[in-house]
Design a protein around this ligand. Structure first.
Ligand code: PLP
Length: 378
C-alpha cells in the first residue's frame, strides 16, 4: 500500500467489533482481567491503551519502524529517550536545534551527569571529529530549526554503525511523508506530533519510533515506568490528524515554495532560508534523502523594526509559537523558541534580531502573500 493509503488504513490491528470506522476513545484508566494470569492485552492505560495504540500503529507504519510510542508532548518523548543514557555517557547534537531540546540537554541532562556537545551536523567532518570514547549517540535535527541546515542522514548513519553509536533523528519538520530516517540507517526517530502529525494547532503530543526490537524493549520499559503516555482523547486527535497528513504536506509545501519565491524579490527581505530553493546549501542532500522540502521558511529582514512590524501587523498569519498546523504562524526565534540558547551561539548561527520563522499553513497562498505584503510594505 502507498503512503496516502497507509495514513488512512495503516493500522492493521485496528479492529472494531461494532464496525465503527473511527477508532473509539477508550477513556478507561484500567481494564478488567478475564481470569487469574489472563489479560485482554490491556491492563492499565499507562502501559497500553487501544486508542493510543491506534495512533502508534499508524505512525510506526508510516516511519517503517518496529514500534512507535506516543507521549504527552515532543519534549516528554525526548526526555524519556534520554533515560537510555547513564551518567558519564556522551552524545552529540545539532547546534541549530529546537530550543526546548537544547534546554533539556544543557540543564536537566547535565545535572544528571550526561555529557553532550553540539556541532554543526550538516558538516560531516565536524561530526566525525566530535566523537569521544564515551560517545553513545548522535542526535540530529534535519532540516534544523530555524536555520534549515540539512544533515546527511545516510552518511552519519554509516559512521554511527562503524562506531557503535545510536543515530537519533528529529523528523518533526518533514514527517515520514517526505523523509523516513529509519530506512536510511537511523536507529530512533523523534517527533513533536504537536506539529504536522496532529496538524491542527490543537494538541500536544510526541513520538519515539524504534528501528529495532531491542530499542523498542528498552523504550517501552522507560515509557511504562516514567508514565508520560499520550491520553486517549489526544491520541484520537493525533490519529485523525495523521489521516490527512499527505494532502496537508503537499499543499503546505506548494504554498511555501510560492511564498519563498515571492520573498526573494522583496526589498526589505535580506535572505530567505527555504530548503526548496535551489541556492539553499542543503538542497542537493535534501533531494537525495527526502521526497520534499516541507513548509518551513526563515527569512531575514532589513532591520529589527521591520521584523517587529511584520510580527505586529500580520492579520491572517498569526504571531504565535509552534508550527505545522493548518493556520500559518510566524515567530521570532531570537526571543521565543531559541531564547535559552547563549547569545553568542545564536549570533554565530545567524539567529539574530531580524530573523523571522514562518510556518506555512493551509490558507490560500495568494491571501498569505497579500497579508505579508501589507505587513511588510503597507
Ligand atoms: C516543537 C518541537 C519539539 C518539542 O515538541 P513539543 O510537542 O512542543 O513538546 C521538538 N523538536 C522540534 C523540531 C520541534 O519543533
Amino acid at each position: 500500500m502507498e503512503f496516502e493509503t497507509l495514513c488512512v488504513h495503516g493500522d492493521e490491528k485496528a479492529y472494531e467489533p461494532t464496525g465503527a470506522l473511527s477508532m473509539p476513545i477508550y477513556q478507561s484508566a484500567t481494564f478488567s482481567h478475564p481470569g487469574l494470569g489472563v489479560s485482554s492485552g490491556y491492563d492499565y492505560s499507562r502501559l497500553q491503551n487501544p486508542t493510543r495504540e491506534h495512533a502508534e500503529n499508524l505512525l510506526c507504519k508510516l516511519e517503517g519502524g518496529v514500534d512507535a510510542l506516543a507521549f504527552s508532548s515532543g519534549m516528554a518523548a525526548i526526555a524519556a529517550l534520554m533515560e537510555l543514557f547513564s551518567p558519564g555517557e556522551h552524545f552529540i547534537f545539532s547546534d541549530d536545534i529546537y530550543g526546548g531540546s537544547y534546554r533539556l540537554f544543557s540543564s536537566i541532562n547535565r545535572k544528571n551527569g550526561l555529557k553532550s556537545n553540539s556541532v554543526n551536523t550538516s558538516d560531516f567532518e565536524a561530526v566525525a571529529a566530535a566523537i569521544r570514547p564515551n560517545t553513545k549517540a548522535i542526535f540530529v535535527e534535519t532540516p534544523t530549526n530555524p536555520m534549515m541546515q540539512v544533515s546527511d542522514i545516510a552518511r552519519i548513519a554509516t559512521l554511527c554503525k562503524q562506531k557503535g553509536l545510536l543515530l537519533i533523528v528529529d523528523n518533526t519538520f518533514l514527517t515520514p511523508y517526505f523523509q523516513r530516517p529509519l530506512e536510511i540507517g537511523a536507529s530512533i526517530v523523534v517527533h513533536s506530533a504537536t506539529k504536522y502529525l496532529g496538524g491542527h494547532n490543537d494538541t500536544l503530543a510526541g513520538f519515539l519510533v524504534a528501528g529495532s526490537a531491542e530499542l523498542s524493549e528498552k523504550l517501552r520499559f522507560i515509557f511504562k515506568t516514567t508514565g508520560a503516555g499520550l491520553a486517549p482523547f489526544d491520541s484520537w486527535l493525533i490519529a485523525r490528524g495523521i489521516k490527512t497528513l499527505a494532502v496537508r504536506m503537499d499543499r503546505q509545501q506548494e504554498s511555501a515554495l510560492r511564498l519563498a519565491g515571492w520573498m526573494r524579490g522583496q526589498r526589505k527581505i535580506r535572505a530567505v532560508h527555504y530548503v526548496g530553493l535551489p541556492e539553499h546549501p542543503g538542497y542537493a542532500i535534501s533531494k537525495k534523502q527526502a521526497s520534499g522540502f516541507g513548509a518551513m521558511i526563515s527569512f531575514e529582514l532589513d532591520s529589527q523594526e521591520s521584523a517587529k512590524r511584520v510580527l505586529e501587523s500580520v492579520r491572517l498569519i498569526r504571531f504565535a509559537e509552534s508550527l505545522g498546523g493548518v493556520e500559518s504562524l510566524v515567530t521570532y526565534p531570537y526571543l521565543q523558541t531559541h531564547a535559552d540558547i547563549p547569545v553568542e551561539t545564536r549570533k554565530a548561527k545567524g539567529i539574530g534580531d531580524t530573523l523571522l520563522r514562518l510556518s506555512v499553513g493551509l490558507e490560500s497562498a495568494n491571501d498569505l502573500i497579500t497579508d505579508l505584503d501589507a505587513a511588510l510594505n503597507g
